[in-house]
Write a protein that binds this ligand. Sequence first.
Ligand code: SF4
Ligand code: SF4
Length: 432
Amino acid sequence: MSLFKGPMREHINGHKDLTEASELFVVDPGKTVSIPLFAGAAQNPKVLVAEGDKVAVGTKIAVFDERNVVPIFSSVSGTVKGIEKKMHQSLKQIDHIVIENDGLYTECQPFGTIDWQSASREELIDFMMNAGIIGCGGAGFPAYIKYKFAKDVQILIINAVECEPFITSDYYLTEHEFDLMLTGILAMKKMAEAKDVAIAIKKSHPELISFVQSKLKGVEGVAVREVPDVYPMGWERTLVREITGKDYDRLPGEVGAVVNNATTAYMFGKAMVKGEPIVSRVMTISGDGVKKPTNALVRMGTSMHEVVEQAAGGYAGEDILLSVGGPMMGATMTTDAVSVERQNNALTVQLNKPAQEIACLRCGRCSDHCPSGLQPVRISQAMKSKDMERIGLLQITSCIECGMCTYVCPSKIAVTETMRRAKRAYMAFSKK
Ligand code: SF4
Ligand code: SF4
């Protein structure tokens, strides 16, 4: 199998105009917040508070892993009500720390500030680890790991591509908070020991590009890199290839690249300059399934139901599809009674318009457009015959669930859904 077989990318309607110029709506988290004990790949959460404890905005409430790192901080001031199992975005019941909000938002500073210029690379990595900075573009991976193991890095790529339709939260922060973002970028450059930094922005956003270029005057080694307005240009593998001209096998480090999202750089800059952890974030709430698409500032642990009701004026219909993230790669939710977390850049709500599916035309468009070079029709056939070994041979684990095969299918077949099921089934089979 070869990666990047076929055109592997397609211009798709971005619908960015729905929220690009919107005012930032500040969401009231309500009487309680429920903060999930989740930090991407980090495991073994240790809760630091107990029922009845008073907390402030910024109180450290949980840590992860054996090293007690990537902490979570309270997003409100008030009283801890306890630990409850609740539905999580993974669609599993997991522990949440429930905090009664006193509405005062009394703050504490959980860690000191740091001057990235005088701090050593190791001190900056430790700071990032203990400030709870995780990848804010969707995956939620603890960000420090990329830098701790970085070696022979040529280029740091800041991903401000936002290739998924509807989402504009990275654009919002790039436009409104670039100074803090740049502080984060320069510290990341030092941590990666990278010669150059490329801030990747789609060519279709010339005003944002000019704005960032004007802010970079006199900043050595950091430049904007314009990239085509195609999907999935924001996928790490596509972006690294676009910027370096190289493909990698497992990690960008193999070709001398480190990639971080623009919001992650902003959060890191804010933590360094102000001593503030991630207690709230900008999210895009958009799609034809909400009354008033917008960008909103949301505190961690706020229910998605509140976010949609307050920020976007509620749902525009009864039969909707709710995705955490964008419509292509976002995770479909079966309920809006789940909490917002650090890695959530968007909520996309679409009216459910069941398409009239017809039989596969064998047109090959799904294979031609797959960025991972897969053959979805063959995988679907192997799924029908439950041939797990064949599914493995067809490289299902390389599927990034990008949604492209469904998007391009003229028969309106939910191809990606079958790919997802095949991937889960194969992973369960291969663990046996
Ligand atoms: S969802 Fe998977 S199979 Fe479909 S286009 Fe994307 S990577 Fe390829
Ligand atoms: S794009 Fe749709 S119709 Fe064409 S081969 Fe793939 S599944 Fe069949």
